[in-house]
Every structure is written in structure tokens, then in C-alpha cells.
Unconditional design. Sequence first.
Length: 252
Amino acid sequence: MKPNILVIAGHDPSGGAGIHADIEAIRALGGFASTLITGLTVQNSQNVRGFRLTDEDLLRQQAATLLEDYSFQAVKIGMTGSVAIIDFIAELLQQLPGVPVILDPVLAAEAGGSLASESLAEAMLEKLAPLCDVMTPNLPEAQALTGRQSVADCGGELVKRTGRATLITGTHDDTDQVTNHLFSADGEQQWNWERLPHSYHGSGCTLASSIACLRGHGESLANAVADGQAHVDRFLRNAFRPGHGQHVPDRR
């Protein structure tokens, strides 16, 4: 059977990021995606111009209806958008004991533009991150969550605050290689990847969903993190440019 991955994230009408990216990545890795859409965004491959959140009571009704019918092998969380939605997700996760949870702490889109309220970071760290297996922030997101600057300081602070592993990606660095750092109670691991020539829309969503799907297949966290990065590298190497902005990973 295909692992059923519950995706809680926002909708990107350009098709590059958010729910579109999640479904495509999960399907490419042999999973099935059920979705709770936290909000509708106004964006394209160049910028985010706004968003409108889904009412949390509607999300509760959708979740309850899904749980009557489905079991889930993993959960991927992307854009939350508000403290009220974070509270809903935390309540939902209590109903899924033992299910691996991957949190992509989306605060801004890769093309630019905020996707979060000002109070979101603290609520995410306090209420949501401790319920997850691993967080997957890029460095700017990790800096916003912790108030620290270096990768090591951010990683150490996130593990200390949440008690969970954190994969900090180096996609925003100005270096020849992309270095991703996994921090956990067991120490630090890192992976180096060739920096590809373009800017990409939806790479963070794709990575978190890939890890979630691999966890749903039964892979250990360490293997899912390593294998997920390799799959994303492949998707990025086949990326295409549907508009005038960023390239979109070809997730297949």
C-alpha cells in the first residue's frame, strides 16, 4: 500500500510551491497525499502579494472527516499563517500518536513576501515544534525563529528549545556548494550539494514532503533526511521556468 501522508499547508496558484509541490513530491516517491489547505495565497514565481487564511473551524471539520476514514503514515506541515491554526494543528497531532511529523516552518516564500503573522515564530516553537520529528528551516527562517545568526548557534538553540532535530538548509548562502546541517541530540551531520545555477520556487516544500513520504515508507529519520535531499537535488536538476521568475523543480 502507498503511505498516506497528511499535508497541512497553503495553496500556491502558480503551482510551484505549497500544496502543489507537496502532492507532486509525495506522488513521485510512491506516496498518496491527503490535504488540509491552511490558506490561499496571491503569488506567482516572482513574489507573494498577499494571503487569506482558512477558518480553523472549517479545518477542524475537514480533519475530523478525514480521520473517520483514513489512517496516516506521516504528516507534513508547511504554511500555518496564524497562532489559531497552529493551535488547531497541535490539537490534531495529539490524535496521531506515533506518526512521524515533518515541519517546514514557512515564514516567507522563496520568491519573497511574508506568509506569516508577527507572533507566529514563538507559537511555532512553543506549541508545534516539540510535537514534530524534525524541522526543515532555511537559514533566514532559523535566524528569525531564534534571533541567532550562525548556523551552529541557530541549530543548537532550536534543538535546545524544542528537543527535536532540525535540518537547516543552506540554499540562501552565497557559496559554491549548498551545505545542509542536521542538528539533533546526537550531534551534527552535514551534506554538501552542488549549487545549481538558478533560483528555485518550492524547493523547501519539496524537501519537507520528500522526507515525510520516506518516513511514511518506514525509513529512519536519518535515512529519510539523507535520501530526501538526494531526491530534491534530482528534481532541481530537471527544473523548468514556467514564467518570468524562479525555476520550478520537476518533481517526477
